[in-house]
Each structure stands twice: as structure tokens, then as C-alpha cells.
Design a protein around this ligand. Structure first.
Ligand code: ADP
Length: 414
């Protein structure tokens, strides 16, 4: 089944066309027919379009809105000279959407019906920065492909709906949860779920045999404690702001800072929110960049003190969460690294694992160095108690799989 996977943001659209129809996830047996993105929708947009695994082409074009962007992608794929293995838009049999917030209602991926669409409208209140764009993507795909092509919503929050009350409630007046559903939702759920599934597949273990910590370390970053295949805690909270240090997000801070700094700097709560989301994290600490690769180069080549500090604080925060989850889960069988940083930076992985020998976390430097550029593998020392893995995440594949399962009436997603 040829499935279009869409991840729609405020001014961008990422897409993949995946041919999939198997029960087990196997990254090697699915065919990725096309992938790419359109950035700066609403003006002179940048189009990155790739066929199969060939290097993508870059062009620019006026693209006014999301519907036009979806139309453009589909017209390109179905065009005679694109080289993509579809002859007409009608060859696209289903669409899978990344939807950021599913609230408490959506605990698994769901076929988009009129009722689901209005439920998603209601959830905009919880995710005003993300869900409206996801809904635009759904409307655009419907407009271009017609009402009969099924669409499936795959939620970032759904995987974390198994987190128990003790870990998902904040210690604020309980009526705020009752009235407004203020609680930990967690995000990156599709990524953590994929990593956990792939770990079980690579090790031949069942759900019940696994107690693992997954670390998605990219521009956004989060940790997840997974027992028996279910999320039992995660570092992102009511919004993606909580938890680890990220590219531009602060992660955990004392909430009293917001009022204090707001008053001193004359910033509104909205401006403070922007500062914590867009100007903090690695960028705020270093004063240079949100990009970990650049920070590592700056620290190594020029000995920049604040670049080093930003990296140290990033790694320290991850270590604190590892310690917390090891305590919460009574130990772990494995720690799995993913995301742009987790998959590509042996230096950061080494720094995170430093000084945790007493917990049975022992890195094999040689194995660690060898794991970059999308490689899957294990890098703990022989005899260590906790397995260390790098498993590149693949949210699009899981979205395609869920879409296929739901549309073809196969078993519910794992
Ligand atoms: P997103 O969350 O936007 O999907 P990614 O998962 O692509 O982001 O991660 C982006 C981050 O990964 C950036 O900070 C980038 O510098 C970092 N990264 C990519 N390659 C490397 C590398 N070789 N070494 C260190 N960091 C890297």
C-alpha cells in the first residue's frame, strides 16, 4: 500500500511516500519511494524533493498555503519525469499524519473521521502552536486527494497515555487537572515507541522482557522510561518545554524565574514563553548556536568556554534523568540513544555515560566511535550490566505502518 506520510508545521511540510504492507516493522523491507520537505510556505518556498535514497534536488517556488504545498508534492510525485514509482495521484492509497497533541482522548492512532476532526479542533487549546497546522495538513490532503482516500492521525502524545498518575500529575491544586487537564502528556511518543519496538526486534526480546530508557536527542530532546513496552515516564510535560536541555528550549527551570525575569526585563508572559522556547537551551547558554555539531567543533577547535559549558549542561541533564529513571524503574536492561545527536555523536554519548560505572553503565570506546551516520548497534563493554545501543529513529515508518494497519483492518499497532 502506497502511503503518503505528512508532518505539517507552521510554515513547513515534511513528507515521505512509503510502500508498506507487512506485519513486522523492518526498516529494510519497506520501500521509501520519495521524501522531502517544503519550507517557508506563504512566500518564496524552498522545495527539497528526493526520489528513493538518491540525493534530493533543491528548487524554489511561490507557494501560498499548505493546500498548495500538498498539491505541489503530489503533482511532482505523479509527474511523468519525477522518477517516483506512482503514475497518478490516485495511486496514493492513504495518508498518515503526524499530529502533535491527542490530549487524554487519543491513546492510539486513529482514522480521521468528521468526529475526530472536530475533536482535534477542540484540542487546539492544548497545543496552539502545533495542532492547527496538523489540521491544515489533513484538510489539504482531503482537498487534493478527495474524501475517499483514508487519513490516519498518529499522535506524539498517544504512547505516553500509559504513564501512571504518580508520574503524570503535577503537585499543583488537583482541581487544575480536573478543570483544565493540566498534566504531563509527553511528546516524541512515535519516536520512543519506534525505538522500543526496534530494540525488541534487534534483541529478539518480548515486551515483558524489556525495561529500557530511550533518549531522543535532536533539536528537541526527551527521555522515556519504558516497562513491558509501555511508557511509564517521560521528560517532556504539559508542553515540550519541560525536561532535557534542547537546541533552543530550556528544559526544566524553577517556574519562579518566569515572574522574576519577566518583571526585571519588562517581558510579557508570552515573551517569556518565547524566550524559554526559542532563545534558551544550547543557544542561550552558548550565545552561539543551537546546533550541537557546531558547538562540539567550537569547543574542540577554539576551546570556547561557553560552548563547552552548554555541552556539559546538556549531558549533565541527561545523566540526571537517567539516574531518575533507573531509580523509578528499579534499574534498566538497556539505554538506547536516538535523534540527530544521539545517533551521530559518540562524544556526547560518552560524556552522558561518564561516571556511571557503579550503575553497571560501561561504555566501550571503540564500539561507540564506530556508531555514526545512521548505524544501528550496541556499544557497551563486555560484562556491563546495562546494554547501550544506538538505534536511529524512524517516525515516518511507524506512521506509515499504523496507517496501513488501520486502513487495511489489521491488528492494532504495537
Ligand atoms: P530534529 O529534532 O529537528 O529532527 P535532529 O534529530 O535532526 O533534529 O537533530 C539535530 C541535532 O543533531 C543538531 O543539534 C545537530 O547538530 C545534531 N547532529 C547532527 N549530526 C551530528 C554530529 N555528527 N555530531 C553531533 N551532533 C550532530
Amino acid at each position: 500500500m502506497k502511503i503518503l506520510v505528512l508532518n505539517v508545521g507552521s510554515s513547513s511540510l515534511k513528507f515521505q511516500l512509503v510502500d508498506t504492507d507487512q506485519t513486522a516493522i523492518d526498516a529494510n523491507s519497506d520501500r521509501r519511494l520519495a521524501s522531502g520537505q517544503i519550507e517557508r510556505i506563504g512566500g518564496e518556498a524552498i522545495l527539497t524533493l528526493g526520489v528513493g535514497s538518491a540525493p534530493p534536488s533543491h528548487t524554489t517556488a511561490q507557494i501560498r498555503n499548505h493546500a498548495e504545498a500538498v498539491e505541489r508534492v503530489i503533482a511532482w510525485m505523479a509527474g511523468a519525469d519525477s522518477g517516483v514509482d506512482i503514475a497518478a495521484p490516485s495511486d496514493i492509497e492513504a495518508v498518515g499524519h503526524r499530529v502533535v497533541h491527542g490530549g487524554e482522548q487519543f491513546t492510539r492512532s486513529t482514522l480521521v473521521t468528521a468526529t475526530v476532526r472536530s475533536d482535534l479542533e477542540r484540542l487546539i487549546d492544548l497545543a496552539p502552536l502545533h495542532n492547527p497546522h496538523n489540521l491544515l495538513g489533513i484538510a489539504a490532503a482531503r482537498e487534493v486527494l478527495g474524501e475517499n482516500v483514508p487519513q490516519v492521525a498518529v499522535f506524539d502524545t498517544a504512547f505516553h497515555q500509559t504513564i501512571p498518575e504518580t508520574a503524570h500529575l503535577y503537585a499543583i491544586p488537583y482541581q487544575l487537572y480536573r478543570r483544565y487537564r493540566v498534566r504531563r502528556y509527553g511528546f516524541h511518543g512515535t519516536s520512543h515507541r519506534y525505538i522500543a519496538y526496534r530494540y525488541r526486534q534487534l534483541t529478539g526480546k518480548t515486551r515483558e522482557q524489556t525495561r529500557i530508557i530511550t533518549l531522543h536527542l535532536g533539536n528537541g530532546a526527551s527521555a522515556c522510561a519504558i516497562v513491558d513496552g509501555h511508557s511509564v515516564d517521560t521528560s517532556m510535560g504539559f508542553t515540550p518545554l519541560e525536561g532535557l536541555v534542547m537546541g533552543t528550549r530550556s528544559g526544566d527551570i524553577d517556574p519562579a524565574i518566569i515572574d522574576y525575569v519577566g518583571a526585571k526585563e519588562g517581558l510579557s508572559s508570552r515573551e517569556m514563553d518565547m524566550m524559554l522556547n526559542k532563545q534558551s537551551g544550547l543557544l542561550g547558554l552558548s550565545g552561539l548556536t543551537a546546533d550541537m555539531r557546531e558547538l562540539l567543533a567550537e569547543a574542540d577547535e577554539n576551546g570556547d568556554r561557553r560552548a563547552r559549558l552548554a555541552i556539559d549542561i546538556f549531558c549533565y541533564r541527561v545523566r540526571k534523568y537517567l539516574g531518575a529513571y533507573l531509580a523509578a524503574m528499579n534499574g534498566a536492561d538497556a539505554i538506547v540513544f536516538a535523534g540527530g545527536i544521539g545517533e551521530n555523536s559518540p562524544a556526547v554519548r560518552e560524556r552522558i555515560c561518564e561516571g556511571m560505572d557503579w550503575l553497571g553503565i560501561q561504555i566501550d570506546a571503540g564500539r561507540n566511535i564506530g556508531l555514526t551516520g545512521g548505524a544501528e548497534g550496541r556499544f557497551d563493554r563486555d560484562g556491563g550490566r546495562v546494554e547501550l545501543w544506538t538505534i536511529p529513529t524512524d517516525e515516518e515508518l511507524l506512521i506509515a505502518r499504523d496507517t496501513w494497519r488501520i486502513v487495511s483492518g489489521n491488528a492494532p499497532p504495537p
